[in-house]
Design a protein around this ligand. Structure first.
Ligand code: 9MR
Length: 392
């Protein structure tokens, strides 16, 4: 029997005309600089043809083995909002074209986070997230949803509100039901719980849900997400859990408990924000494997490799080679684990990377320069994918 459909949203959305609906997104963005406006269609087609000439069938998704998802974060919101450019996903045509050609999986960098998708208590802003899901469908890409229960990027109405425990629980329930339900069948993996443990493997105090409602709320979040979309694979996601350490041990123990209780947890993902300041986490594959052995899917969800930039800002050849080595080893670790079928980099061009904004002396963390030139790290990924194509 068919399940009753969850209503798409209990709230009234503003009516929009078809013409408006076709505008990519960021209708609410401030003034768009003229230079950033999309190129006229004809010009765009020429650029696309020229590009295909260069890179047609020569991209990461073309190199990927069957059933393997190579993804990127879709730039928009978050740190981008303070940068001197218009929303990349809405207005950078070259960026959009490359994203379609290079990747078969997309993650919402910020657009599905609470502060964006649920900015006031009674209103959901689905435009940016809808645009990503629609674009992904048009380009035969899967989507990773990010994220439902987190301590950061929550709206003030939530963090500063005066709610009873019952109300808070209902707010989370309604949010998960509404957001996951809206995209049901169109999201491959959801980062249900993000960054819930600190470095010592203790629950983070900053997490409003866990602090106010107790850790049991995590299991409820997974149950509610599963009810809203039984097909989506539900993940724990965190940084600093690439290796076997106190934090990843905390996930290992928690997931065992949850599975014993029948909670629908399907995956564990080390984000993998790496830096050449620290060595490569050599036990990444072994760590993924121990989670796979619990019957879980695994994924790399936010890989980038930042470095200290020399004066002038250009990485040396040696730095580029070291970075390429980190990218290659991260991908090899994932490919070495049978249940690791999703490998996402946190942005593919330095033009939009979060790294220099958060780590001022570091940068060059992605696989393409600001001008979309492919770095050695790009080729490391491409060669590694090609080497297993047909064998996996
Ligand atoms: O890339 C995101 C950036 O645009 C935001 O400003 C930032 C705010 O915290 O979040 C970045 O994405 C984070 C992701 O959601 C969770 N893991 C760490 C990522 C990098 O900070």
């Amino acid at each position: 029997m068919r399940r009753a459909r969850t209503p798409r949203t209990p709230f009234r959305l503003p009516r929009i005309t078809t013409a408006l609906a076709a505008v990519p997104l960021a209708l609410t963005a401030a003034v768009v600089p003229a230079a950033a406006a999309p190129a006229p269609a004809a010009e765009r087609a020429t650029t696309e043809r020229a590009e295909r000439g260069h890179h047609g069938r020569d991209t990461l998704r073309d190199a990927a083995p069957k059933g393997f998802f190579i993804g990127t974060a879709v730039a928009g919101g978050g740190h981008h909002a303070e940068q001197p450019y218009a929303d990349p996903f809405a207005y950078d045509v070259e960026y959009r074209d490359r994203m379609a050609r290079e990747f078969n999986s997309l993650s919402a960098e910020n657009q599905m986070k609470w502060e964006y998708i649920h900015p006031t208590r009674d209103y959901y802003n689905f435009y940016p997230a809808d645009a990503i899901v629609r674009y992904a469908q048009e380009n035969r890409q899967v989507v990773r949803g990010h994220t439902l229960l987190w301590h950061s990027q929550n709206p003030a109405w939530l963090e500063e509100g005066d709610f009873s425990d019952e109300e808070l629980r209902e707010i989370l329930h309604e949010h998960i039901t509404t957001v996951v339900g809206r995209y049901a069948g169109r999201i491959q993996q959801w980062d249900v719980a993000n960054e819930i443990f600190d470095e010592d493997g203790e629950y983070r105090e900053e997490n409003i849900w866990i602090r106010e409602l107790g850790p049991g709320i995590v299991a409820d979040a997974f149950r509610w997400a599963h009810e809203a979309d039984p097909r989506a694979k539900l993940f724990f996601n965190d940084y600093g859990v690439e290796s076997v350490n106190a934090k990843s041990d905390a996930y290992y123990a928690l997931i065992q408990e949850l599975k014993a209780d029948g909670v629908p947890v399907h995956g564990f993902a080390p984000q993998s924000h790496l830096s050449t300041r620290y060595g490569f986490p050599g036990d990444l594959q072994a760590n993924l494997q121990r989670f796979a052995d619990l019957g879980l899917e695994t994924a790399i969800t936010e890989l980038d490799v930042r470095m200290d930039l020399p004066e002038g800002g250009e990485p040396t050849a040696a730095q580029q080679a070291q970075q390429a080595d980190y990218y290659r080893r991260a991908l090899q670790a994932c490919l070495g684990v049978e249940t690791c079928n999703s490998f996402t980099i946190w942005g593919f061009t330095d033009k939009y990377s979060w790294v220099p904004v958060f780590f001022p002396s570091e940068g060059s963390a992605t696989v393409m320069t600001e001008d979309y030139e492919r770095k050695p790290a790009y080729h490391a990924l491409q060669d590694t994918l090609r080497s297993v194509r047909g064998k996996r």
